[in-house]
Each structure stands twice: as structure tokens, then as C-alpha cells.
Design a binder for this molecule. Structure first.
Ligand code: MG
Length: 389
């Protein structure tokens, strides 16, 4: 039984160790919404909203999610009894269009709360909820493999140096942010620096158009770099043109921004718009939908991996738990805390071993790490308590 008594909603500012640039945005300090959900028995969990400051990746932003959570979503769940976190998902989607990142922050927190109340690790609870995991008799993985995502840098040489450092750190999969004019020379330089044994991904964040001959030419050239995939080359709502492009390319297209629900995943599969899915639970309204997408992809022979949204260690906990499901067969963007943060908001901080594996905290219920509340307090720029009474 889940019955929330209050949600403490806060915004923190967490400085990155280095600015992170993609085709859509550059972030030097991450604005992050954190939620602390407390039930009527005083059990509490922390969750994270993955929305960014600006609507460059998704229509959801820190400010729209603050509004949606406090005005429309929290009032639907506070003081109401739910048998499971899945029932919370149903209540949050009825009559609400969009606002998936806001919904996910509450919905995923309720999965963590359910895992606390049932005294089972979050990864185990997610595994039980996946029909594919149950059919395969799959236990959650004890470790998940991470790749690294590299933001845009000024020159191809800078990026190649950064990629070499990543390989020395143990990464075997490198994702590079690309965009028109910042693609072919950069990928060539990285490929030359790291060799053929490292899996290389180009993530375009929807920055190319089939209407632009130079963009098409660049995509054709990228097709010869033996990339593991090209991620989200075209617009997020353009499954038809992605399908046309996938027919021309040998390289698998991976969809990220386009996949917002199980329905859009079915469309991708029906059109042939891509062959791989970057599955971020925060983008698809939470774990209920993410598990449905995971299972759909597994049955269609489409591998998935878990992307990142520059989460703090709280959001990371949710992502690594999801990535223990059996169809997460490719390394995720699940880098350890030190990749992004001078100091993370959780203890212990997330770390990886010499072969880029993250250990899953299968010995604890909930998110498996403690939140450094004093540090979070210092980082907080605004907060509000939403309660049932
Ligand atoms: Mg992406």
C-alpha cells in the first residue's frame, strides 16, 4: 500500500566539473528538482526530475515540472491509497497530456517507496514487474556496464584527447555529441585516436534535416565510420523520415527523444525508424512505461540501453536499477559521480571499476544509496512542502 502524506519539492544547483555541450544546449551548473516523498508511516524516499532548465531536449523544463508537480500531480496522489506504484502511474496520466518528466519524478519515487515497504531492492521490484524478465527467469544483473558521453569540445584534437583519457579510464564505449558542421572531422579524429575496438556513438540530438543537402551528405559520411549507432539524427516527431534514413544507412539508428511512450515505440518498430532504443525512464513518464517499452523492444529484437540526463546520484540510482533488466544489452550513459560532479549528493558516490562496470546495490531496498541532506540543504535555492491536509 502506498499513501503519500507529503512531498517536499526543492530545486538545487549542482555545478558540473566541466561544462557539457550538445547540439541543443550547454550546461555549466545543473538546475535539478529533487523530491522527498514521505508516506503516512513516515517512510521516505528521494527522487529526481530529469527536466533541464530550457526546452531544448524536451518540452518539459525545471519550471514547468515545478508547476505541474505542485499544481496538478501532487494533489492527485497525496492522501490517496494505491496498491502499487503502477496504480500511481494510472492516476498520474488520466487526463494529463505530456508533463512526462514531472510525472516520472513522482511515479519513480513511488516505486522506490514500494521497494522500501516490501524490503526488496528496487532492481528486484522492477524485474518482477517485467513480463520478459519473468519469462526468462532473469535475476537483476549485479553489475551494469557504462559508456561515457562526451560533450562538444572546441577542436577535433581536444575531443580525441578526451576520448583517449576515457579509454584509459576503462570505458569501452564512447558517445560523442555531434551537430551540423561539428561531426565528420570530430568523429574521424576520435576514431583515429581510440582505434576500432572501442564502440563509438554519434548523438545528434535531432539537429539534422533531410531537407538540407549538406546534412544528408554528412550523415552519409558518418555511415562509413563503423559507428555502433547514430542517435536521434532527425526531429523528435519525425518517425517517417527516420525510417527513410534508416533504409539508406548501414549504421543502426538509435532513437532517444522520439521515444516517449510504448505507443511511440510501437510506431518506431512498425515504420522501421530505428534499430536501437535509448530508454530513459524520466523521459517516458516513469518506470511503468519504461518497463512496457523494455518488454516491447525485447520481443521485437530491439536492444535498449539507458541514457543519461546529467542526473545527480539520486537519478543515477533509478537508472542503474532499470538497467539491470535483461534487454539492456548495451552499455548505458551511467557514468560514476566523479565524471560530472565535484561532490555528489549521495553517499557512497557512484563509482565504476576498471572495466567500466557499476555495482548494483542489491543488498538494500530503495535507491540503495543515502542522500547527503546537509549538502542538499546547502545547494537548495527554493523548496516547498506539498501535503495532503
Ligand atoms: Mg541522446
Amino acid at each position: 500500500m502506498i499513501q503519500l502524506e507529503r512531498i517536499t519539492l526543492r530545486e538545487i544547483r549542482l555545478p558540473l566539473v566541466e561544462p557539457f555541450q550538445s547540439a541543443g544546449s550547454i550546461v555549466a551548473a545543473r538546475r535539478i528538482l529533487l523530491l522527498e516523498l514521505t508516506d503516512r508511516d513516515g517512510v521516505s524516499v528521494w527522487s529526481e526530475c530529469v527536466a533541464e532548465a530550457t526546452p531544448s531536449y524536451s518540452p518539459d523544463t525545471v519550471d514547468t515540472c515545478w508547476l505541474a508537480i505542485s499544481e496538478w500531480l501532487a494533489p492527485r496522489v497525496l492522501g490517496v491509497s494505491f496498491a502499487t506504484a503502477r496504480d500511481v502511474d494510472v492516476a498520474l496520466q488520466r487526463g494529463i497530456r505530456g508533463h512526462r518528466m514531472a510525472r516520472a519524478a513522482i511515479e519513480m519515487g513511488c516505486w522506490a517507496l514500494e521497494s522500501m515497504r516490501e524490503s526488496v531492492p528496487l532492481a528486484v521490484l522492477l524485474g518482477r514487474a517485467s513480463a520478459v524478465a519473468r519469462e526468462q527467469g532473469a535475476e537483476p544483473r549485479a553489475h551494469v556496464e557504462t559508456g561515457i558521453a562526451l560533450g562538444m569540445l572546441d577542436t577535433p584534437q581536444d575531443l580525441a584527447r578526451r576520448a583517449k583519457t576515457a579509454v584509459a579510464e576503462g570505458y569501452r564505449r564512447i558517445k560523442v555529441k555531434v551537430g551540423p558542421g561539428r561531426d565528420v572531422a570530430f568523429l574521424h579524429s576520435v576514431r583515429s585516436a581510440v582505434g576500432d575496438t572501442v564502440a563509438l556513438i554519434a548523438d545528434a540530438n535531432s539537429s539534422y534535416s533531410l531537407d538540407d543537402a549538406e546534412h544528408v551528405r554528412a550523415l552519409e559520411v558518418m555511415d562509413v565510420f563503423e559507428l555502433a549507432m547514430i542517435e536521434q539524427p532527425l526531429a523528435s516527431d519525425d518517425l517517417v523520415r527516420h525510417a527513410a534514413l534508416q533504409k539508406k544507412l548501414r549504421t543502426p539508428i538509435c532513437l532517444d527523444e522520439s521515444i516517449v511512450s510504448a505507443a511511440s515505440t510501437e510506431d518506431m518498430i512498425a515504420f522501421g525508424s530505428g534499430r536501437i532504443v535509448n530508454l530513459k525512464p524520466g523521459r517516458v513518464a516513469g518506470f511503468s512505461e519504461a518497463i512496457a517499452i523494455h518488454d516491447l523492444c525485447a520481443r521485437a529484437g530491439i536492444p535498449v540501453w539507458c541514457g543519461g540526463m546529467l542526473e545527480s546520484g539520486i537519478g543515477r540510482a533509478y537508472n542503474v536499477a532499470l538497467a539491470t533488466l535483461p534487454n539492456f544489452t548495451l552499455p548505458g550513459d551511467l557514468s560514476p559521480s566523479a565524471r560530472y560532479w565535484e561532490r555528489d549528493v549521495v553517499t557512497p558516490a557512484w563509482t565504476m571499476d576498471s572495466v567500466a562496470q557499476i555495482k548494483i546495490p542489491l543488498d538494500r531496498p530503495g535507491i540503495g544509496v543515502d542522500v547527503d541532506v546537509d549538502f542538499v540543504d546547502k545547494l537548495t535555492v527554493r523548496s516547498t512542502v506539498l501535503s495532503s491536509s
